[in-house]
Design a protein around this ligand. Sequence first.
Ligand SMILES: CC(C)(COP(=O)(O)OP(=O)(O)OC[C@H]1O[C@@H](n2cnc3c(N)ncnc32)[C@H](O)[C@@H]1OP(=O)(O)O)[C@@H](O)C(=O)NCCC(=O)NCCS
Length: 180
Amino acid sequence: MYTGEKVRLRAYRMEDAPKAQAYINDPEIKRLLGGAPFPLTLNDEEKYIASLSAHNSSTYSFAIETLSDSHYIGGCGLNRLDWKNRVAEIGIFIGDKSYWNHGYGTDALKVLLRFVFEQLNMNKVSLQVLSFNERAQKVYHRLGFQVEGRLRQERYTDGAYHDMIVMGLLREEYEEKKDL
Ligand SMILES: CC(C)(COP(=O)(O)OP(=O)(O)OC[C@H]1O[C@@H](n2cnc3c(N)ncnc32)[C@H](O)[C@@H]1OP(=O)(O)O)[C@@H](O)C(=O)NCCC(=O)NCCS
């Protein structure tokens, strides 16, 4: 369990499944994540949670809960780990929208970055974000991520193609920012 100022990152539990399903099926969240266009069933979500294991070293998925009342508000984790080159690809969502814009996403990412650099000893964190997702980009910039490129017309959603922005954070950049 890893703790920040507002949230802790913990392992998923089977009882998170109904909320996780509702969060992921929310059309606004689905759009921002660029997810599959078909609603996730409760069974899908339960199977996903059952598949998570500490023994699987290619992905790590955390539930995000509030420190104040242990409310499960979203998830974050590593979608891809390249152990040889020491690059981790991360993702995050705050599914309870009443918690947006209150610093929970920034805090969860700080905790996740600490985990990636200080526990897994990665050298770089990378991510992709839809070009219209300005809130997420603001948070990534604040944490020191740099834009590394633009994948043109990479995602099709709501009848249009959208670019994906590729962002990255090097260990040395993380070290410079982590105590600010
Ligand atoms: C992206 C996300 C993780 C950010 O978490 P959060 O808790 O809402 O973010 P924070 O409160 O830490 O910071 C958000 C910042 O963006 C700003 N912001 C909000 N809407 C914005 C917009 N349209 N354009 C620019 N900045 C915006 C907020 O004012 C805030 O900045 P401030 O702290 O300087 O006021 C969360 O909103 C989320 O999960 N969204 C849906 C899924 C998603 O987009 N995931 C990322 C996919 S790459």
